[in-house]
Write a protein that binds this ligand. Structure first.
Ligand code: SF4
Ligand code: SF4
Length: 290
């Protein structure tokens, strides 16, 4: 098992390709990779260079994802391949998310081997997490199908930046997801993460419509996305879109990576966000990293 041909791309006349997996729609010249560093154009064929290469593998409590209302008290086999289609200045996993697959050690595991490992360790589910799992969607779908056949859950922990058609291929196999809603401002998405807000909202809505259990995480960064009016607008949007019962996790920021000059989020700020969310009608609001 090795690199596999990507499922979501177009071949262009000049030998380049257009990746259609995420809203970046990278145009990739021969022998180059897209923004996520893991999908490379090999002579007009787009290849997922991370397929089957796990840079992280662990057993975590499901609450660590965080998922608080999805089979609490259980554990999940948690795995990651390198890469992410965002460039968050505060990334806490940049050693694996902002690198190419060849830059780190990895375990080679086929989808069958991942499922066997999960069963061997008596975990009821598999979590695709730590980096951006949607950038290696082909591998996830192959694992997730086998996992369902074996009676295991599939859990996605993601920033949700993906195109709708590829997402639809995953949804039938997805049981739960925690989606990082980084702010409710396109401008902040652009400046802090290098992406846009609307595709993330579309992902949340598609998951809701598909019956996936969704929980939302909002990391509150002081001076960046801690405007309470914006947090209120976010909560209002969740409420208006029948997501008042989706648990909302306000998470505390600690200085890291390219935001190491900032201070940790005051706990008071998180409490204020919680109050606003509850007043807006969000039923289950939690504070994380406190
Ligand atoms: S998945 Fe990667 S290569 Fe494809 S469009 Fe997104 S960033 Fe670009
Ligand atoms: S989405 Fe997550 S993994 Fe990707 S850069 Fe942002 S914080 Fe890091």
């Amino acid at each position: 098992m090795g690199p596999c041909e990507c499922r979501y791309y177009l071949r262009l006349d000049d030998g380049s390709v257009e990746c259609q997996l995420c809203p970046h729609h990278c145009h990739i010249g021969n022998s180059k990779t897209g923004i996520c560093r893991s999908r490379r154009n090999h002579d007009g064929v787009l290849i997922s260079e991370v397929y089957g290469k796990l840079c992280s593998l662990a057993i975590d409590p499901v609450e660590k994802k965080p998922l608080y209302h999805f089979h609490p008290g259980t554990a999940c086999l948690s795995l990651a391949c390198t890469g992410c289609n965002f460039r968050c200045l505060n990334c806490q996993n940049h050693e694996i998310s902002q690198v190419a697959p060849a830059e780190v050690d990895y375990y080679k595991l086929s989808p069958e081997e991942v499922v066997s490992l999960c069963k061997k360790h008596h975990c009821p589910g598999i979590a695709y997490t730590y980096t951006e799992p949607l950038t290696y969607l082909e591998y996830i779908i192959d694992i997730a199908k086998l996992a369902h056949e074996a009676g295991l859950w599939n859990i996605l922990v993601s920033a949700g930046y993906v195109c709708q058609d590829p997402l639809k291929d995953l949804l039938p196999y997805l049981d739960a997801a925690n989606i990082d809603l980084k702010s409710f401002s396109d401008d902040i998405y652009r400046k802090v993460s290098g992406g846009h807000l609307q595709p993330v909202l579309n992902t949340i809505l598609a998951m809701r419509d598909a019956g996936v259990w969704v929980e939302i995480t909002n990391l509150v960064i002081p001076g960046i996305n801690d405007d309470m009016k914006m947090i209120q607008e976010m909560c209002q949007w969740l409420k208006e879109n029948n997501l008042a019962d989706a648990p909302l996790h306000f998470s505390r920021f600690f200085p890291r990576y390219k935001m190491s000059q900032l201070s940790p989020t005051p706990v008071q700020t998180l409490k204020a966000a919680k109050q606003i969310a509850e007043e807006a009608g969000i039923r289950y609001v939690y504070l994380g990293n406190v």
